[in-house]
Write a protein that binds this ligand. Sequence first.
Ligand code: MTE
Ligand code: LUZ
Ligand code: MOS
Length: 752
Amino acid sequence: MKNIDSAGHVTGQSLFVDELPGISGILFAVPVPSPIACGQLLKMDLSAALAVPGVERIITAADIPGENQIGSIIPDEPLLARGAVHYIGQPVALVVAKSERAARKARNLIQIGYKEKIPVTDARQAQQMGHLLVPPRTFQLGDTEKAWQQCHHVFEGRADSGGQEHVYLETQGAYAWLTENGCVLVHSSTQSPTSVQKGVARVLGLPMNRVEVDTRRLGGGFGGKEDQATTWGALAALAAWCVKKPVKLVLSRHDDLFMTGKRHPYSSDFRIGLSGDYKILAWEVTYYQNGGAATDLSPAIMERTLFHSTNSYFIPNVKATAYSCRTNLPPNTAFRGFGGPQAMFVLESAITLAAEKLGIPAHVIQEKNLITQNDHFPYGQQAENVHVTDCWKEARAQFSLPSKLKDVETFNASESIFRKGVSLMPVCFGISFTNTPLNQAGALVHLYRDGSIGISTGAVEMGQGVNTRMVQVVASAFSVHPERIRIETTNTTRVANTSPTAASSAADLNGKALQAACLPLLERLKKVAAGMTGTAEQTISFRDEKVFSGEEESGVNWVKLIETAYLERISLSEAGHYATPEIHFDKSIEKGYPFAYYVCGTAITTVTLDCLRGQYKVDSVEIIHESCKSFNPGLDLAQVEGALVQGIGWMTMEEVAYNEKGKLLSDSLSTYKIPDIHSAPGMISVRFHKSDGPALAIMGSKAVGEPPLMYGIGTYFALRNAMKAFRPDLEPVFDAPLTPEKVLMALYHNKQ
Ligand code: MTE
Ligand code: LUZ
Ligand code: MOS
């Protein structure tokens, strides 16, 4: 089934927040950012700004009727700063005007007096100063201290990975107005309507039932709107509250780039120990996560880093410690993979370092240490039903690894300027929110009298196609044509207490909630059908819009059945709820069973490097990816390809740069390069590893949103292999992104 949004998107009919029609009296809001990263705001002179024609009001923290707080895990983030400011771009006021243009003009005239302090932008420095967002955590298995003595080879190193800007096509935004009797409606571009609802209620001092949040779809989220849409929803609602008119707030690209948080940069120290036959016996790692100026989701992201510190490998002795460091950057936040990619990059760096020192290919070490079904992850969950080795072997065989390696060797031996490199990248990603209570969802199903169907869930469509999957789930449950089904907006008054659409789990959780809603409806309809056909209820089934009694077609169709049920006064609406069974985690001992299942795969990447210029091209990425019984291979393929290219961007070209004052330097799409069609791999080949899907995956179809991003890590190491082929004494530096500049500098560093 095609994505139900395709036609609307290409004809321009799909609506996004900025395109919602203006209501009479509509005003536009523009946030006022802090000009300094650390210090005190002394006073704001608003007089010139207020004199700009069209300006209605400038809102500050003093106007907030409720609590000036939006921190979701820890209350350390004011909606509008007052006094102390902690990063450049932190909202300090909001200009509301008749046009966005007037609001912008006014913003430029605001004079802010401040007293500046020296900001801290480096995670390690913050850690040394004791600036942590939360206490550090350690995951441990076996005894690394003892294990070092048994190791034949021990290597130490450091790995750094940079931030990543989400670059969702639709910038952050919200549109709010007061409905009646002190209630507010917010249209928000959010992955988490309930978080926005909660945030607005808190800021306005209202109970949640007076705040309705509606989300039709996002022009991309990628994690950037999991927590950070709340700021803009709350600001729009606050403005509407203060001026009693509809207020739209949609960030310009530039404002979005420098005011919002990104993927967390990590700096890590590691120590890896191997036996004489290359079994990894011990793994010690310390992660320094650059959290930015407020907690946001950093502790949850740090936790997922710890969960994935051994990626697809079994290591008997592990000690992984993570520090979430407070710095004067915009609060960093969720980004596809949620700390998992950062962990995997460090381990791959360590394996590569070991391989280089030992003079063997990295894939020899990788292959020897893949986790098997009897092994346990360091946090206690058994790797039962984990198909790491199957995918690895399938990739080797199907993509002819030996001949590929040989071709590259021949090429490299015959070339003077160009070098090729190959890498293998196994991925094993846990599916479920690591914060167990979030693994629940709700849904609502209406069967209308004419046989058409309206469904609502807590899932948010952001391009990944979850709405299409939801339609498929219901079409399959009732055995009706998908065209009969209309999926409604995600709205807090229809489905309450929703978890964010995140952790790749939206289809599983919300699909199962939908199934839970369809089940009692089906039972009731069977009773009606039994009455209509004069047969026993147990013999009734629905197939392709027809009622069957046993193998016999009864002559009753779906439309007639629904109309009859209505006349018999049978309820045709149902709400469903689902909570993932079995999963649990005990933080006091850092052990448990946090994931419903794992998604595995292996990517083989080939690159060609121009060693004169530092430029490179990804020739091909060939992937075996586990989808099990995919019920929408087209959507799955799109997710794998998109995530892969996003991962390659993070590893190779996307460089988030701040200066020492905490000012974002890469603050436009000309200085922040994301992959385009020219930098995408010349060839992407994805083959799905099929098997019986786990019961906890919706209709046996495994989650796909995030895991393939981590195949992009393979590009870094393919490039490193190409560099190494040109310069065998390459320094053991692991510092992503590996931009062409960095490649060139490394190839000629200290060269006689
Ligand atoms: N695909 C598109 N096109 N746009 C997005 O914003 N977000 C990704 C992924 N795929 C995203 C996307 C992220 S970060 C997640 S967690 C999942 O989609 C969420 O959706 P799902 O749970 O339905 O997979
Ligand atoms: N969000 C979250 C996530 O709150 N918990 C998670 O475990 C998670 N994982 C991936 C992406 N978002
Ligand atoms: Mo995705 S980072 O879980 O929004």
